[in-house]
Design a protein around this ligand. Structure first.
Ligand SMILES: [Zn+2]
Length: 419
């Protein structure tokens, strides 16, 4: 399990202390742009740059960027666009410090994704969507993902990081095993004569993905439990590229970054889409959001974004390593200027993702359903560990967190156990 003590990870509290001691309490500037070429009209984006952890307090602002690539209709994508952010935020306890809020995010993202999937089931059984959901708070970037849209990061130091998982059956043997064990059938299409072709798909339905929001008609073992990764950038910043598979089927991460390097965010997004469509044609909805996380403009903080010399800023940023690294010893450099991984977990098992060993566990309300936040009377909830496959022997079935009865049914359905 990932969390705070995993290999090579740095505890968040240490990072935030370090941030304070180095007087890095300033927030980065966030500049962004998006571009899209539509074929089926099933890609949707959500951009919110003025969210506040504490309503009315400007210094608690954070940003959200999300991409929803729908299939079999747009219903799941539009429903998620409208409801997912609220479902995530309402799963975060109130009155948290910034440190605690960031620690609580991974679990709240899991709860918000599952609640959105469960609620969507009430309005439609057909259609599903990938979700790539990015929250930026200061220099901390948290990405939750289901499906095969992707978020990549190029740090100002020039390293490239994948912040999302690939939940294509074709690319993920563990997920194929999980789905088969739950009763799903995974295989390729057959032509007459038995020759197989195309990617691995889950039947019935023929879905190529192992996780999504929606897709109730395929089976509940197509789970909405997101891969979550949390990193902290250095105060030199970096660039995020969030794109649907239309881009990644045509371009590698390196190609997408190199073809748009030096361009301001919006021009970069347009260039990436153009490059992808030129290479592969417009075979699918193709959407790209580019987000630049930049050192704050100290001279005129309210200077309009479109007048900023984006090109120059980037040129400097990406030269930083070669021109300045020699000034630092290796150790200083790695502490000061690397992207640091705070948290990562991609387990598809809900009980593991709501585990008491998780950061910020004690801050969640014990008598609210851990998924939908329904208030329950003591003794009414069902332990997430009841009859669960998670760590037998280490956790008692009367230990929390607890689920309401309908979320418990959802949990069992996701594990392939129907009641
Ligand atoms: Zn519930």
């Amino acid at each position: 399990m990932a969390a705070m003590d995993g290999d090579g990870m740095v505890p968040l509290a240490v990072l935030l202390r370090r941030e304070m001691s180095w007087e890095r309490i300033e927030k980065p500037d966030i500049l962004y742009g998006e571009a899209s070429e539509s074929k089926k009209g099933e890609d949707f984006t959500l951009v919110k740059t003025e969210c506040q952890r504490v309503p009315g307090q400007g210094d608690t602002t954070f940003s959200v960027f999300a991409l929803f690539d729908g299939h079999n209709g747009a219903a799941a994508a539009t429903y998620s666009k409208e409801n997912l952010l609220n479902n995530v935020l309402s799963a975060i306890p109130s009155d948290l410090s910034r440190n605690e809020w960031i620690q609580a995010l991974p679990r709240a993202l899991v709860a918000g994704f599952v609640k959105t999937d469960k609620d969507f089931k009430k309005i439609a059984s057909v259609s599903g969507t990938t979700v790539t959901f990015v929250i930026i708070d200061g220099w901390v970037v948290t990405v939750a993902s289901v499906g095969d849209s992707r978020c990549i990061l190029e740090s100002a130091e020039g390293s490239v990081y994948f912040l999302s998982a690939d939940h294509r059956l074709e690319a993920n043997e563990e997920e194929v095993e999980r789905i088969t064990a739950c009763g799903g059938e995974v295989g390729r299409m057959n032509v007459v004569g038995g020759a197989e072709f195309g990617p691995l798909r889950c039947w019935p339905g023929g879905l190529c993905l192992s996780r999504s929001i929606g897709d109730m008609d395929v089976g509940e073992f197509i789970v909405p439990i997101p891969h979550v990764k949390q990193v902290k950038l250095s105060n030199a910043g970096g660039r995020l590229v969030i794109s649907s598979d239309g881009v990644w089927d045509a371009l590698t991460a390196e190609k997408a970054l190199s073809c748009s390097r030096g361009l301001p965010a919006e021009a970069a997004a347009i260039r990436i889409i153009k490059e992808a469509v030129q290479l592969k044609g417009l075979r699918d909805d193709t959407t790209c959001i580019v987000v630049d996380i930049l050192p704050p403009e100290k001279i005129s903080p309210s200077f309009p974004a479109f007048k900023r010399p984006g090109k120059g800023v980037f040129k400097n940023m990406f030269r930083r390593r070669s021109s300045e690294s020699s000034l630092f010893s290796d150790r200083d450099y790695s502490e000061a200027d690397m992207v640091e991984e705070i948290f990562e977990d991609g387990s598809p098992i809900l009980a593991q993702r709501l585990d008491p060993e998780y950061p910020a566990f004690t801050m969640f309300k014990p008598f609210n359903c851990a998924v939908c936040q329904l208030e329950m009377k003591p003794g009414e909830g069902i332990s997430v560990h009841a009859a669960s496959s998670s760590k037998p022997g280490t956790i008692n079935p009367w230990d929390g967190p607890f689920l309401c009865s309908t979320c418990q049914i959802k949990k069992e359905a996701m594990e392939g156990r129907h009641t």
